[in-house]
Design a protein around this ligand. Structure first.
Ligand code: DAH
Length: 335
């Protein structure tokens, strides 16, 4: 039995892989293995012989299984090391798709960067606002036709989902005296029928600059700089007289560029902040920080979905809200 024991341990040592080690294990511990057979044979031994034999057998089984486990570990480590040695950890990996930014988010970021360079900072306001911030303060009284046009979603308590981001102009001016230079991207809501060019929730960007001696020239220069950054240096802007209650004079900005197939596109509304807006703020603030005799300002606002549609060449605005990855992936890194 001593020889057998010796052989069994030697067999473990010479096993060169896990398959060979399994064979060795079966050979000794399997049903008809040497150790198992000897255990069986114990029954035939006399009472006197049994304890000594039993002890020997147990010892063998223990040293054998311990050696088996140790060798198993070594073989596994060797296999790991071999796999590792064949790997070149300096090679670039195969990156998996981690997700990307929505085209609207990418465009927003890009526009924010452009205005940052002109010293504008980001401002925010709530999506659920009150009639004063959305209409009254913006010189749009209850009987004003614009209020009909912008039929929105009202909450039972009289608050509403803002119909434009112009509310943030008011909120920014409530919070701080001039000079002020802010942009405010955010959601706007209208009770429009949803179709290829309308959503009931969409995204706008508001721009406001207030201070001493701000002129229409500043408005034109800023808008032109912005659209040229966006569409290329040869982009032209046309300021077409229009009406907005909160600006006087007011214009719509048409933009033409080779990247826009040379067609005039109406892209924004703008104007010089109406003195009535400043006076509404003074009343609310209880001071004369926005005295229209002292300061002036310009504002403009535009829809972001429209710009994304132009830049990506899509013709149905609904694609931006459907979350179809086949669509989104195409534009995720476009801007
Ligand atoms: N709020 C306007 C709209 O939703 C867009 C707009 C026009 C914003 C003129 C302005 C502005 O700041 O001066 O149609």
């Amino acid at each position: 039995m001593e020889q057998q024991q010796y052989d069994s341990l030697a067999a473990i040592q010479t096993a060169s892989d896990t398959a060979a080690l399994k064979e060795v294990r079966l050979h000794y511990l399997g049903k008809s293995g040497a150790i198992s057979c000897l255990s069986e044979r114990m029954r035939t031994l006399s009472k006197e012989e049994r304890p000594a034999m039993g002890q020997l057998l147990n010892q063998w089984r223990n040293t054998f299984t311990e050696a088996l486990e140790a060798k198993g570990k070594i073989l596994l480590d060797q296999a790991d090391a071999a796999t590792f040695a064949s790997l070149d950890a300096t090679l670039p990996g195969t990156a998996s798709w981690q997700g990307g930014m929505h085209p609207l988010t990418l465009l927003t970021d890009r526009i924010v960067q452009i205005f940052r360079r002109l010293g504008f900072t980001m401002a925010e306001g709530p999506d659920i606002d009150d009639e004063w911030h959305c209409f009254d303060s913006l010189n749009t009284p209850l009987d004003h036709p614009a209020r009909q046009e912008q039929d929105t979603f009202y909450l039972p308590d009289g608050r509403l989902l803002r119909t434009h981001t112009s509310t943030v102009q008011i909120r920014a001016m409530e919070q701080a005296p001039p000079p002020l230079r802010i942009i405010a991207p955010g959601a706007a809501y209208r009770r429009d029928e949803i179709d290829a060019t309308h959503l009931s929730q969409f995204t706008q960007m508001e721009v406001l600059c207030v201070g001493k001696g701000i002129t229409l020239g500043d408005l034109k220069g800023t808008a032109e700089f912005f659209f040229r950054e966006l569409f290329g240096t040869e982009t032209e802007c046309r300021f077409r007289p229009h009406f907005f209650p909160f600006t006087e004079p007011s214009y719509e900005i048409d933009v033409r560029s080779s990247t826009l197939s040379h067609q005039w596109l109406e892209l924004a509304g703008c104007g010089m902040v109406d003195p009535a807006v400043f006076e509404a703020l003074n009343k609310k603030r209880g001071d004369r920080a926005y005295d229209p005799e002292e300061i002036s300002g310009f504002a403009f606002g535009f829809g972001l979905e429209r710009l994304v549609m132009i830049l990506t060449g899509i013709s149905d605005i609904r694609m931006l809200t459907e979350n179809d990855l086949r669509f989104l992936k195409q534009f995720a890194r476009e801007f």
